[in-house]
Design a protein around this ligand. Structure first.
Ligand SMILES: [Zn+2]
Length: 429
């Protein structure tokens, strides 16, 4: 062996060893008490205990979790707030990203129009899909533009650019699995230790999670507008139990992560082989979740919390497709997401972009049911609506299109005219 080579190998070994020693870093966790300051979150007055405000419950719970974690030398705890103040959503995510945190836990309380709703649920950031836009995001994040800073940060976020979307999706998918793990542990603890009712773990497009470069969960600890649950949320006992359950979930989560990485959160940095740049596939891929004779609207529980679903009606069956991508890696992620959500038999289906149908056509099913009155909104808005009657049911359809892309476009046009919940239908001749 050449002396020179030996020197190189020796110094390489030294680097490996020192990496091993110095990378025994603490597990950094960002605890985020939702809302605060002028943003009260969900709140309601009760005759006996006065006002219960989300911002107070979340702060109390987060401080309790932090107290327990700080006693463990393996953890470094960072709070987005320790007082009644409102850090903007970008402040919160910037703090988490800057501190290279390993985990982000946001604590919230729920409220519902329907007063009977109760129980806990945990949200993780689902992979974005092509048709995400700021409008959708704004709808789902009612506090997002509370301050000017957020507007500047998120206002420029261009979800319609395919490059930024693919990059974003790949990044998030790495954290999705871990986030689902923690979400499951949190809900398990609520159910088994505190005998709470769990509504489940869901994927949703939430800004406070989306911008995080680490596994992240948002925990809805209960409903402020549900009298019994609200009393629990406001009580010392309730807050103690919630904090303990989240703490236990975090401890179990870290154990699982440690097992995976083999050792007490130490990482020997292997030089990673350079990854080839992923080339786009010729076809678009959608994930077929299920075929059903039943038409489900966007938020139907049958769709298990998945967004970005395109139903296509064929031969009287509604086929529910999830996501669309021309990247193999994203296709795999979407398929896994579908299976994790409970669609065990889901599979990927290829669609050639802008392929013209050889026979038949696409049309938009506007409405199914009783005969529409001539003054109905649909018939007033559109001309040349086709009507068919089958077994006493009326089917109203509109348009003749030869590519799926054109059909999706027409469907969006109709939606902007106020004609919603339409279905693309494939008609064979
Ligand atoms: Zn909230």
């Amino acid at each position: 062996m050449h002396k020179q080579n030996f020197k190189i190998i020796l110094s390489f070994l030294l680097i490996l060893v020192s990496n091993f020693i110095f990378s025994q870093k603490k597990f950094t966790i960002v605890l985020d008490a939702g809302h605060g300051g002028s943003d009260h979150g969900a709140n309601r007055n009760y005759a006996d205990i006065g006002r219960v405000a989300e911002k107070d419950v979340t702060l109390a719970v987060v401080l309790k979790i932090g107290n327990m974690l700080e006693k463990n030398k393996d953890f470094k705890v960072i709070y987005t707030r320790k007082f009644d103040e409102y850090p903007s959503l970008s402040d919160r995510t910037n703090l988490a990203n800057r501190s290279k945190a390993d985990l982000f836990v946001s604590v919230h309380c729920n409220s519902a129009q329907r007063s009977g709703a109760y129980g806990t649920e945990t949200y993780v950031q689902g992979p974005d899909q092509n048709d995400t836009n700021l409008e959708v995001a704004k709808r789902e994040n009612d506090v997002i533009f509370l301050d000017e800073k957020d507007k500047q940060t998120f206002g420029s976020y261009d979800a319609s650019s395919p490059e930024s979307l693919i990059a974003l999706k790949l990044q998030q998918s790495k954290y999705l699995e871990s986030s689902l793990l923690l979400g499951g542990l949190v809900e398990d603890n609520f159910v088994n230790k505190d005998k709470r009712f769990s509504r489940g773990v869901f994927q949703k497009n939430l800004h406070v999670l989306r911008m995080n470069a680490m596994p992240s969960v948002l925990i809805e600890t209960g409903f402020i507008n549900h009298p019994e649950e609200s009393h629990y949320l406001a009580s010392e006992k309730g807050q103690d139990e919630i904090a303990m359950s989240i703490y236990n979930a975090i401890i179990d989560y870290k154990k699982a992560v440690d097992r995976k990485s083999g050792g007490a959160f130490t990482t020997t940095k292997k030089p990673e082989p350079e990854k080839p740049v992923e080339v786009a596939l010729k076809n678009d891929f959608r994930i077929l979740l299920m075929s059903s004779p039943t038409k489900y609207n966007d938020n139907d529980p049958a769709l298990k919390g998945l967004n970005y679903i395109l139903p296509i009606k064929e031969n009287g069956q509604y086929k529910y497709y999830y996501g669309v991508t021309n990247m193999a890696s994203v296709k795999d992620i979407n398929l896994k997401t579908a299976k994790d959500a409970g669609f065990r038999n889901a599979f990927a289906v290829g669609f050639m972009p802008n392929q013209k149908l050889n026979s038949g056509y696409y049309t938009i099913e506007l409405y199914v049911g009783d005969k529409l009155n001539g003054n109905s909104f649909i018939l007033q808005t559109l001309k040349d609506v086709e009507r068919n009657k089958e077994n006493g049911t009326f089917y109203y359809t509109y348009g003749k299109l030869y590519t799926l892309e054109d059909a999706v476009k027409l469907q969006k046009d109709l939606e902007s005219k106020g004609i919603k919940n339409t279905i693309i239908q494939k008609v064979y001749k």
